[in-house]
Write a protein that binds this ligand. Structure first.
Ligand SMILES: [Zn+2]
Length: 415
């Protein structure tokens, strides 16, 4: 049964948010380890207690029987773009150039709902891709209970070096809209970072490299000093900086500048991953995005041999794992369909991680890396963001798609 959001929020409002639920699954994955036979007590918007049935006082609670299921913390998507939709529907250039902002926001509200109902109760949304500050209003609409959706960490416009991230193929005589905010040099970078924070950015995203100009290859954009300035400016307000970085040199500069996570990292090397480990920089590998784009370009997955790009990605991801780099779960969802976030989880297993490590990455690890101390684990006092799936995803990762219950802040969105 899928309850409508309005009725759920009204129900909880009328009860003053004091609903008490006792969740009884076969097992609890608490964000770190698995406990067979445990139960979880939810009171209001928080987890009240967790443990063996005899240890949990469930007086007055409504029992929700989750027989045959695994209960987990709500999953945390580390790299989404709720304002994008799959590129095989509409190319990125055309989304930026031809779609009205109102159209993009209307779609984003549906994307938010699909994400939540798939069990992802938090997203780190890394840039509106030409839709200015529309992620801020989307986040407010969710937080105010106007539309259902995940809790959002937003990056707003993101920062790019002049000319580096835009729809391609136009005459140099024409000014086309960019995919993010252009800013360079000392004063303009400080202003841009502060403006984005002032308008709502929880995190500052910077493109440390990109394919730009007439060259087909990605190249570093910002200098090390510019990246350091961005990090210093953001950090003084308590905001982390994350970097899109695919080239080894772009990654190196972003790591040394103090960016906390690197997105993609496709051309990383053993030396770069050793530096990431040393500097405690996390990698958000976005395996599913490259996989999707390769298929959009004609690769018949499962039939054709893997293209060079995919073989290379498998190799560098393996190198990152071998170096002991912290791996964030984040798929760059939006390149592929919202609600299909589990695709990245499955690919992390396919590319060499154990399902238990993958589930930790999507819960406790992402919470730690994103400084979210109120979620990501099933522990008393944390937010009651919970998801139940049939079977045991620690044995078979594909079970994460079999979502039967979604709770966010003690409200049931799917039951
Ligand atoms: Zn992205």
């Amino acid at each position: 049964m899928c309850l409508t959001f309005g009725s759920v929020s009204a129900q909880n409002r009328s009860s003053g948010g004091s609903f008490i639920y006792l969740l009884r699954p076969d097992r609890v994955f608490d964000g770190e380890t698995v406990h067979a036979g445990w139960v979880v007590l939810v009171k209001g918007d928080k987890i009240e207690a967790v443990g063996r049935p005899a240890e949990v006082n469930s007086a007055g609670a409504e029992v929700i029987d989750l027989k045959g299921m695994t209960l987990m913390p709500g999953l945390i998507e580390g790299h989404s773009h709720l304002l994008l939709h799959p590129y095989n529907e509409t190319a990125w250039d055309d989304q930026v150039l031809r779609e009205a902002r109102s159209l993009r926001v209307a779609r984003a509200t549906v994307h938010a709902q699909k994400t939540l109902l798939a069990g992802f109760t938090t997203v780190r949304d890394l840039g509106t891709e030409g839709a200015d500050y529309d992620d801020v209003g989307l986040k407010q609409a969710i937080d105010q209970g106007i539309i259902p959706g995940p809790r959002m960490i937003v990056a707003t416009r993101a920062l790019i070096a002049t000319g580096s991230y835009a729809p391609k193929g136009f005459s140099p005589d024409i000014e086309v809209p960019q995919g993010a905010e252009e800013a360079d040099g000392h004063d303009r970078l400080i202003q841009a970072v502060r403006r984005q924070i002032g308008k709502g950015a929880d995190v500052v995203k910077v493109y440390a490299d990109y394919r730009w100009g007439l060259m087909a290859e990605a190249r570093p954009t910002y200098t090390l000093d510019e990246l350091k300035l961005i990090v210093e400016t953001a950090k003084s307000s308590g905001r982390p900086v994350v970097a899109h970085a695919g080239t080894a040199e772009g990654m190196r500069r972003a790591i040394l500048a103090g960016c906390e996570t690197l997105e993609h990292g496709d051309a990383g090397t053993p030396e770069i991953f050793a530096l990431m480990k040393q500097q405690n920089t996390a990698l958000c590998p976005t395996l599913a995005a490259g996989d999707a784009v390769s298929q959009y370009r004609g690769w018949k997955k499962g039939t054709d041999p893997e293209p060079e790009r995919i073989r290379q990605k498998r190799l560098t991801f393996r190198q990152a794992l071998d170096a002991g780099v912290t791996i964030c779960f984040g798929g760059d969802v939006g390149v592929f369909a919202h609600g299909d976030n589990a695709r990245e989880l499955e690919m992390m297993v396919d590319y060499g991680m154990k399902p238990l490590e993958v589930l930790r990455s999507a819960t406790a690890v992402n919470a730690d890396v994103f400084h979210l101390t109120d979620r990501g684990r099933i522990r008393p006092g944390l937010l009651a963001d919970l998801v139940a799936v049939t079977g045991d995803p620690i044995q078979t990762i594909t079970q994460v798609r079999q979502v039967r219950l979604v709770m966010k802040g003690g409200n049931l969105y799917k039951r």
